[in-house]
Design a binder for this molecule. Sequence first.
Ligand code: A3D
Length: 315
Amino acid sequence: MRKKITLIGAGQIGGTLAHLISIKELADVVLFDVADGVAKGKALDIAQSTSIDGLNVNLIGTNNYEDTKNSDVIIITAGVPRKTGMTRDDLLETNLKIIKKVAEGIKNTSPNSFVICITNPLDVIVMALQKYSKLPTNKVVGMAGILDTSRFKYFLSQELKVPVKNIESLVLGGHGDTMVPMPNYTKVNGKSLNELIEKEKLDKIIDRTRKGGAEIIKLLEKGSAFYAPAASAVEMVNSYINNLKKTLPCAAHLNGAYGVKDLYAGVPVIIGNKGVEKIIELSLDKSEKNNFNLSIETVKDLFAAAKKIDPDLNN
Ligand code: A3D
């Protein structure tokens, strides 16, 4: 039977996801949005493109959770994006309310689905989504690390003048300004990055990676990045649906790993057809550990703020 992917939120990322999933013929697509016309219009537009390329996918748009029933995968982008000058944390109150409604909508209709959250502030929203929906923690995961890593790799490829595909790397921690790019786990053509770049240049690239989202918001003037975020989520979907067991940096539920208890944050995980099948625990040097812990503290503080906004999150 063909797989079914529901996209909750048919905005910039949701629409791009629908298009990418269709082009790759990964699954049939349900675009869900409170703005019913946007979901229906985008579904129809993409559906009309399938006959040009001869693609075998069905797309529908809806504002009714019944249509999303028994989805194999749900990708959530419902919420508001940042505007220039805003931090991701400024979105907390608005997006928390939206995510509570989404959790209500999906928990009974698709209790067995693999749920990928993209809505910001990512780590806290994915944590809230899991708590509201009570879906198993290995089936609820956040997309951020693949995007942050891909930005880091792109900037390195430009600086070192090597194709992006020759760079292996990793960004850990929360999806915010304290994210932790990992030069010691970065290889360029199999060589250690530290042998190839001066510290000053590397620091600039790390800073640009951390502020990668804000750079795009400033350029666009309206809305935030959507092509690379959508492509990153598709990488996770592909590994889940096709049981590829890829190791990908994702916001996963930590309950002991990396010394963190009951919190979502970005770490490498193996994604296969059981969801998050394994958390990979890397050994970190002193400075990496300090940076990772700092990032964890910011996620903890923001989750404490979320609990103040909605005491239901204490349950
Ligand atoms: P946008 O184009 O505004 O789309 C959001 C959509 O959500 C809109 O069409 C809304 O109508 C819809 N929506 C609002 N409330 C609901 C609801 N209750 N149920 C269903 N749909 C609803 O935003 P976007 O697609 O550019 O971004 C979506 C989210 O992703 C934002 O929170 C961004 O900050 C976030 N984002 C995260 C990353 C990460 O790397 C984690 C990157 C880029 C954007």
